[in-house]
Design a protein around this ligand. Structure first.
Ligand SMILES: Nc1ncnc2c1ncn2[C@@H]1O[C@H](COP(=O)(O)OP(=O)(O)OP(=O)(O)O)[C@@H](O)[C@H]1O
Ligand SMILES: [Mg+2]
Length: 153
């Protein structure tokens, strides 16, 4: 009964608002637990400086969704989106090199953002206007050489 109740809750109510990760592995494991509470159609909007742990977090999301080669999740240089097969499809966007919002609209982002998979967007502040209103916003802050603060909003 309690379990069923949990599964109806939105992930942001289950997880603490702030998590201090002590290592890349810690970030991956945290994200993996987080992923298990996600539902089809959830959208994660990631923000934070270079090297703040966004891609590492996506690796963990992939791990939690059962993506076999989750360790190979990376930020592709010339591709804006990569798809992975897990229990739910995972769409990984990295908008770092995106100059104009039209580029991402041309990709057919709506199909992904409002679809049945889990969409994760790095540098989400570059396409704020296109994000669904109920996106889960996650901010990454560098707190030390191996410390990263993960803030879920
Ligand atoms: N606690 C931690 N969590 C995540 N990464 C960490 C942590 N401590 C150190 N690191 C290091 O920080 C870097 C994070 O890189 P990552 O590619 O995940 O960041 P990013 O936010 O995606 O950067 P970019 O904006 O360049 O894509 C890696 O080199 C990783 O080893
Ligand atoms: Mg990255």
């Amino acid at each position: 009964m309690a379990k069923q109740k949990l599964s109806n809750q939105k992930v942001t109510t289950i997880f603490h608002k702030k998590y201090l990760s002590e290592s890349p592995k810690d970030t991956i494991n945290f994200a993996s637990r987080f992923a298990k509470a996600l539902k089809a159609g959830d959208m994660l909007a990631l923000t934070g400086n270079l090297g703040s742990g966004k891609t590492t977090f996506v690796k963990g999301i992939a791990k939690g969704l059962g993506v076999k080669n989750y360790k190979y999740v990376n930020s592709p240089t010339f591709v804006l989106i990569k798809e992975y097969k897990g229990k739910l499809p995972l769409y990984h966007f990295d908008l770092y090199r995106l100059d104009i919002i039209k580029d991402i609209e041309d990709l057919g982002s709506d199909e992904y953002f409002f679809g049945k998979g889990i969409s994760v967007v790095e540098w989400a502040d570059k396409c704020k206007a296109l994000l669904p209103k109920n996106s889960i916003k996650i901010e990454f802050r560098i707190k030390g050489e191996t410390k990263r603060e993960i803030i879920i909003k």
